[in-house]
Design a protein around this ligand. Structure first.
Ligand code: SAM
Length: 266
């Protein structure tokens, strides 16, 4: 696989589990696979979202497609409690996806931002979905990130992080494009939804929780960015300190929107 901003070290694999837990209350209320028998999860990573899907939908069969072997191995480990469920782990590139049978649901979360050709993956999802099948996507819109007070360490790091993602062929604003991409892939009944957070000192615990989560997300790119010589260890620390300042500042604000999309195969 091409270079991947988050990497596959154990800390990152653990972060994906934390991330899924912290963001689940924001993501899942809009998602509904209750009419589905067999859901395909694209870019299933270490099984963090698979765990939630299997818990929310106790009757579904789940096919997890993941390009990186290390993630598949970890996902198998993380999902051992579902040993009696029908789960298939497919170590494949989703842009060349081959399934033995059609599915009636597709789930994609935090994956398309890493791809130079997200349409190829959506087209494969379309191909492998039955008629009337549904797809749910949750993706980043990183330009929506705002915070207060202005902090140069965080500001610089965020720019470098997103520029690096673009230099790898990814798109940190891919969420904005979900509707058009789904349309181009052949889907119909496309609906878009904005999710995210707007936190300040009226919710200090939530503000602190999400600042801590955000620190982990930012740090997940640190080793790659340092290795490329784009940022120093001191600047990573400065970014972390700036996020701590937001939690303590009487006028601290953290704002971010991700985009969700739902569509059907006609
Ligand atoms: C940020 S992680 C998200 C994992 C999971 N969806 C979650 O929310 O916990 C993105 C995952 O997509 C995988 N991925 C990237 N490109 C892929 C491709 N072409 N086919 C399948 N998986 C891919 C990566 O290896 C990584 O595990």
């Amino acid at each position: 696989m091409a270079k991947y901003i988050h990497g596959y070290i154990p800390e990152e694999q653990e972060r994906l589990l934390d991330q899924a837990g912290v963001l689940a209350p924001l993501i899942y209320p809009w998602i509904d696979f209750s009419e589905c028998n067999h859901v395909l999860e694209i870019g299933s990573g270490v099984g963090a979202q698979s765990h939630i899907l299997l818990s929310l939908y106790p009757d579904i069969e789940l096919s997890c497609v993941e390009i990186e072997k290390k993630q598949v191995k970890k996902a198998k480990h993380n999902l051992t409690q579902f040993i009696d469920r029908k789960i298939h782990f497919l170590n494949q590139d989703a842009s060349k996806l081959e399934l033995k049978k059609e599915v009636d649901g597709v789930f994609v979360c935090w994956v398309l931002e890493h791809l130079s050709d997200p349409l190829a993956v959506l087209s494969k999802a379309f191909e492998n979905l039955s008629r009337e099948g549904v797809i749910f996507l949750t993706e980043v819109f990183n330009s929506s990130f705002h915070y207060y007070p202005q902090l140069p360490g965080l500001s610089k790091y965020y720019k470098v992080f997103n520029d690096y993602q673009r230099s790898l062929g990814g798109d940190p604003d891919v969420g904005l494009k979900l509707g058009n991409l789904l349309k181009e892939a052949g889907f119909s009944n496309i609906e878009l939804h904005r999710g995210g957070f707007h936190l300040d000192q009226t919710q200090p615990h939530e503000l602190q929780k999400i600042c801590t989560y955000w620190k982990g997300l930012m740090k997940s790119g640190a080793e790659a960015i340092i290795e490329e010589g784009l940022i120093s260890r001191e600047e990573v620390l400065e970014m972390e300190q700036d996020l701590d300042k937001i939690t303590k500042h009487p006028e601290g604000v953290l704002y971010y929107q991700f985009i969700q999309a739902k569509a059907k195969k006609p």
